[in-house]
Design a protein around this ligand. Structure first.
Ligand SMILES: Nc1ncnc2c1ncn2[C@@H]1O[C@H](COP(=O)(O)OP(=O)(O)OP(=O)(O)O)[C@@H](O)[C@H]1O
Ligand SMILES: [Mg+2]
Length: 318
């Protein structure tokens, strides 16, 4: 959906922010850009909605060179949560969230309903916060308004530059979970920037790990953890790779189908639960293996060795 093809960006003062970057963001997935401050993450985002132009190389949007696309239309179709939040202080919260739907000419009822729904989702009920101005809100609340504003017109693509950076760890985790649900529902393509490797592993279908100006590894969270490309990546991921792997591997990736055999009579886990949750359940119950159920129906079974990633790799799993 979005493709970077050998893209270099050099700013006017000579700074080469990114050099010869290539990667592709598939439709409906979340790609997380992660790396130290100044490594070129925001630059990469800005190239996608043409706030800046590449010095060399091409950025494609649905197969078209984005320089061929209408800038204004492009920006309306791409939701952007900028790093500095960037709310309009002279407008109310309600007006901020309604900005793009208004530009797109939605009718008033539809806009009102959408604003209500999104502010509810962000835990900022419209009755209480709708008429406030951004300056009256906390940093975390402003950040949530920024996310609501970017989501407002059902964009196909969301660019999110450290959208949860100003939140406390608990609110942050809640919003991450909320966002993963939203993404599953809306099928939106997301490019997400963070400093936090934990957030990257949790949110990303793919992770792009940057060193200064350079894309070092572009891979799934599992592969980054299992096969870090070099010492930079290894250091960046840090300790506890095994634990992190359990936290980012969903049960559905390691379960296998049953042949109608009897399963232990214990509470099942869901395919979307993490291997960490399943493993702690398994150790509590002493059952040896766990049924996996979706909507009350058993869809598979999972064993300790599968969860720990130490099972026989030649055995078929689904
Ligand atoms: N407008 C500009 N003019 C000149 N240099 C710039 C400009 N914007 C960014 N840079 C430089 O380009 C490099 C990459 O900046 P960028 O903002 O993309 O980094 P980042 O990875 O988003 O960092 P952070 O994590 O701190 O937000 C930095 O060295 C920065 O100083
Ligand atoms: Mg940045």
């Amino acid at each position: 959906m979005i493709e970077f093809d050998n893209v270099t960006k050099q700013y006017d003062d000579g700074t080469v922010a990114i050099e010869d970057i290539s990667f592709e963001v598939e439709e409906g997935t979340t790609t997380v850009l992660v790396g130290p401050s100044g490594c070129g993450k925001t630059t990469t985002m800005k190239l996608v909605n043409r706030l800046i132009e590449p010095t060399e190389g091409t950025v494609y949007f649905e197969g078209t060179d984005i320089e061929q696309k209408d800038e204004i239309e492009l920006r309306r179709d791409v939701g952007y949560v900028i790093q500095e939040i960037g709310l309009f202080d002279h407008m109310t919260v309600r007006e901020n969230v309604a900005t793009v739907p208004k530009l797109k000419g939605w009718d008033d009822d539809r806009i009102r309903e959408r604003v209500r729904e999104l502010l509810e989702l962000m835990d900022l009920p419209v009755e209480e916060y709708g008429d406030q101005h951004p300056t009256e809100l906390s940093g975390g609340q402003r950040q949530r308004v920024g996310v609501a504003r970017a989501l407002a017109a059902d964009p196909d693509v969301m660019l999110m530059d450290e959208p949860f950076g100003a939140l406390d760890p608990i609110t942050r985790a809640e919003l991450q979970d909320e966002f993963l649900d939203i993404q599953a529902e809306l099928d939106v393509t997301i490019l997400f920037v963070t400093h936090s490797v934990e957030e990257a592993l949790k949110m990303g279908d793919r992770i792009a790990i940057f060193d200064v100006g350079e894309l070092v590894q572009y891979d799934t969270p599992q592969n980054v953890l299992e096969n870090p490309k070099n010492d930079f990546v290894r250091d960046f991921i840090g300790q506890d790779r095994e634990l992190k792997k359990l936290q980012v591997t969903p049960v559905r990736k390691v379960m296998y189908e049953t042949n109608g055999e009897r399963l232990p009579d214990v509470d099942p886990v869901a395919p979307s639960d993490t291997a960490q949750i399943a493993l702690s359940r398994l150790l509590e119950t002493d059952a040896g293996r766990l049924p996996v159920a979706r909507d009350g129906e058993v869809v598979g079974v999972v064993e300790e060795a599968d969860l720990r990633g130490t099972s026989d790799p030649t055995r078929g799993s689904i």
